[in-house]
Ligand binder design. Sequence first.
Ligand SMILES: Nc1nc2c(ncn2[C@@H]2O[C@H](COP(=O)(O)OP(=O)(O)OP(=O)(O)O)[C@@H](O)[C@H]2O)c(=O)[nH]1
Ligand SMILES: [Mg+2]
Length: 295
Amino acid sequence: MKCATVSVIGRPSAGKSTLVNTICEMKVSITAATPQTTRNAIRGIYTDQRGQLIFTDTPGYHLSDKTINKRMQEITIKALEDSDAVLYLIDGTRGVKAEEEAIVEMLKKVKSPKVCVINKKDILTQDQIDEAKFFLEHNLPDAPILLASGKVDDGVDEILIELFKVAPEGELLYGENEYTDQPLEFRISEIIREKTINLLSDELPHVIFVEVADIEYREETKEVWVRAFINVERDGQKGIVVGKGGENIRKIRKQSFNEIKRIFPGSQLSLDLKVKAKDKWRNNQVILDRVFKDF
Ligand SMILES: Nc1nc2c(ncn2[C@@H]2O[C@H](COP(=O)(O)OP(=O)(O)OP(=O)(O)O)[C@@H](O)[C@H]2O)c(=O)[nH]1
Ligand SMILES: [Mg+2]
């Protein structure tokens, strides 16, 4: 039996979360067209007869001096050094730029075996594939290079084959049916954050913070109550989330409801979702400290 922890690394929006979700056959990490959607390290678990792969979906690696990005970089490097294998995703649509070079420079220093994936195969031209391939062969000559699309589930089996090749022998760390180890509150808040970002990304890039206040479960009636708040920074932003006549918040609630329901199969769900403004709410550092507390 094999068991490996796998760190997934790549630029913001390379498709890391989408791929981890496809592999785990369940949404363990939220996705959005907005870069740097993933803010903390999320574990997704894949198990079959070969063994278990425990994926850490890391925040997109970004070159910047801003505190938020520096903190993300530190998390990423720590995750790489601690893992049995590194899965490096290149988004071939964007060409190989300075950020990609910064990632490979870092990867050259990491001893764990690496598997490279040129992602978004479904929309790549041959030139884009060739450019990414040349870059990877040149910089990480020992690593296998695969072509895949996490979104349309193409080439994903080959990724698993390569990862199991380098995985060490070991007992399973999680049960066969587990697909994530994230706490329930966190998963629910992430689903709501995803729906909010996807609806309002242009207006509210990264200023929202979702808080799950209560989860109540009644065994006899199989009812689940969830009460959550979408926090915005300023009072003036509340209206954006609520929308005209409550249009946006209704949409966010409905989409979140449908997805949260899947976490509680066979139960009846009530979702109470409100928008709250917290002036001088929390600075980014405090938010990160909270979401990174597992690391
Ligand atoms: N065409 C295509 N789009 C993809 C693919 N994988 C991801 N995307 C899209 O790319 C965008 C970013 O995907 P994510 O999975 O959120 O990317 P990420 O690397 O986790 O991004 P961060 O968490 O922000 O670092 C989303 O709009 C996805 O739908 C793919 O294989 N093909
Ligand atoms: Mg992500």
